[in-house]
Design a protein around this ligand. Structure first.
Ligand SMILES: [Zn+2]
Length: 165
């Protein structure tokens, strides 16, 4: 038996004020995306902004549906838009934030496993890590370089073994 331990590395900033102007701006763009959230059921708005290499910014917000499983997270709304329309313009950074009137968010919102899996695929498609800025509006910011840090056991076909035909 071999015991393994995996450590993850990320940076924490006390507030948006500590970020570079570029990152601060991207977070402000993610906040703008909150306004387009369709979340009448959870009342939990999530906003995403993707900074592309060209400088273009793509937005995403959570889109709910009365048939609950039909909705989609903000991250995947933005990432699928990128995949469908901007595949040749790599994603440099992704800012994610959230807001609800029901309670105060004291820690950054983190993405669900399904979104992390999609981010991992996007990293593979563009052959470079996806840098994430996770934050709550009046709290700390977490910077994570690459999805591997958040989901080390992500599903990957590289671990599958091809059987002889
Ligand atoms: Zn998600």
């Amino acid at each position: 038996m071999t015991e393994h331990e995996i450590k993850i590395a990320f940076k924490e900033y006390d507030s948006l004020e500590e970020l570079t102007p570029t990152d601060k701006n991207l977070c402000a763009e993610a906040e703008k995306a909150l306004a387009t959230s369709h979340s009448p059921y959870s009342k939990f708005r999530v906003g995403v902004a993707l900074q592309l290499q060209s400088g273009k910014i793509l937005y995403g917000s959570n889109q709910e549906n009365v048939a609950y499983p039909s909705g989609l997270c903000a991250e995947r709304v933005a990432l699928f838009n990128w995949g469908a329309n901007h595949l040749n313009d790599p994603i440099v950074s992704m800012a994610v934030t959230a807001h609800t009137d029901d309670f105060e968010l004291l820690k950054p919102v983190t993405s669900c496993g399904a979104c992390l899996q999609v981010m991992a695929e996007c990293e593979k498609m563009q052959n470079s890590p996806l840098r994430m800025l996770l934050y709550c509006i009046n709290g700390p910011v977490w910077e994570i370089n690459g999805i591997q840090s958040l989901m080390p056991f992500m599903f990957s076909e590289e671990r599958l073994v091809q059987l002889p035909l």
